[in-house]
Write a protein that binds this ligand. Structure first.
Ligand code: PGA
Length: 250
């Protein structure tokens, strides 16, 4: 069974609700006849209701950029899986390298968040990837293995069914440097191998692994035509409707 690709936009901390509305107004018609892939846009939490309203009736899904693992509680500033779900989100990004780098997320919090998202029925997009120093020190495989092993810890294949992983080499994020299709494919194979160990080969064969890191309309086709690459997680180039539509339609 071929894997349906997922093309995901990660807006990070960009756009106010009016700008989110404008984006959808322009973007939805551009992809109206596009049925090949699944599309999701992950705006800042403050934009979710505007985005969901504007995406209504289209095939474009809306997701969160983060969540807290508890159902509710005294966690100022946080949002739970059930809140994202109730708002209308279907997807959520977990463990993005910026969250790991600037907000103290660890492999263990990623695991807790992944469990919470799966429990709620959201489609989690779990981010893994090495920093430049790790790649230069030949540690990429160790880092990816550790990140996967700990993210997948104590989760059953049945529970994990909807999980998506995004390979995002940190040195390629927002830098204009893209991993070569070959290099990305190698990392994806390794991640798929870890998923096979944790959940079994059939699960791993069906699991989608996205590539993220300076994906642009110009390089989308070369990346997306790799057998191992099942979609993209797009930051900068997803902020403009035309550019994101061009990536979706690579
Ligand atoms: P970028 O970001 O496309 O701007 O490199 C990707 C990401 O951080 O998900």
């Amino acid at each position: 069974m071929p894997r349906t690709k997922l093309i995901a936009a990660n807006w990070k901390m960009y756009k106010i609700p009016d700008q989110a509305r404008d984006f959808f107004q322009a973007f939805v018609p551009l992809v109206a006849d596009h049925t090949r892939d699944e599309i999701v846009v992950c705006p800042p939490a403050i934009d979710l209701s505007a985005a969901l309203e504007a995406a209504k009736g289209s095939k474009v899904a809306v997701g969160g950029q983060n969540l807290h693992w508890e159902k509710e509680g005294a966690y100022t500033g946080e949002i739970s899986a059930s809140m994202l779900l109730a708002a209308g989100c279907t997807h959520v990004i977990i463990g993005h390298s910026e969250r790991r780098q600037y907000f103290g997320e660890t492999d263990d919090t990623v695991n807790l968040k992944l469990k919470a998202a799966l429990e709620a029925g959201l489609i989690p997009i779990v981010c893994v990837g090495e920093v430049l120093e790790e790649r230069e020190a030949n540690l990429t495989e160790d880092v990816l293995r550790r990140q996967c092993l700990r993210a997948f810890h104590a989760i059953s294949a049945k529970k994990a069914a909807k999980m998506v992983v995004a390979y995002e080499p940190v040195w390629a994020i927002g830098t204009g440097k893209t991993a070569t299709p070959q290099l990305a494919s190698e990392a994806h194979s390794l991640i798929r191998g870890e998923a096979a160990k944790a959940f079994g080969q059939p699960f791993a064969d069906a699991m989608r692994i996205l590539y993220g890191g300076s994906v642009k309309p110009e390089n989308a086709k070369a990346l997306m035509s790799q057998e191992e690459i099942d979609g993209a997680l797009v930051g900068g180039a997803s902020l403009d409707p035309k550019s994101f539509a061009a990536i979706v339609k690579y």
